[in-house]
Design a binder for this molecule. Sequence first.
Ligand code: ADP
Length: 198
Amino acid sequence: MTARLLIVGPQGSGKGTQGVRVAEAFGVPVVSTGDIFRANIKNGTELGKQVTSILDAGDLVPDELTGEIVRDRLSQPDAAGGFLLDGYPRNAAQVAHLDAFLAESGAALDAVILLDVPREESIERLRLRAEEQGRTDDTPEAIAHRLDIYEQETAPILEAYGERGIVDRIDGVGGLDEVTERIFAALQARGLERAVAV
Ligand code: ADP
């Protein structure tokens, strides 16, 4: 069965980690726009050069460019049976773009996993990540800016998805396995069955 999933949460909510686990269990690829941009920066591609300063500042890459990249990625054969989106869509314009793209093949998102974590906890986790991974956009300024964008632009998209009845709000505070189990339980309650037992 196909599973078209989106994971949303504030920076530091653990959505990257949980997204990988969920995607693995459902046998679908993770499509993370942040990872795509970072890989391009690392490899010094034209796209990477275009977006380096945007990521470092914690700003959003223009919608049109991001939309094109997601469209290309979701058109690849491995995403035909479903996918887990991480980091896209992030604002109302991107929701509209994704809706239109999926509608072309008569598809739609099956579930939106919202990882709920209080702002103070997010900031603390990001501080630790900055020490461990040294991501260039984990400076205090860029973190605060990204969290502001999340609250102003990304959180409101959950209202639109909420009206469609596809949002599962998951408490993101707790052990990694505990949170994963909460997500699995919510998806199962929607009739979304995992492909792989974990
Ligand atoms: P985080 O959730 O910690 O901000 P991400 O890896 O999701 O990390 O994103 C890192 C950066 O990549 C963002 O700050 C932004 O510059 C860019 N980016 C990722 N996804 C999008 C998107 N959907 N639209 C625009 N820019 C994006």
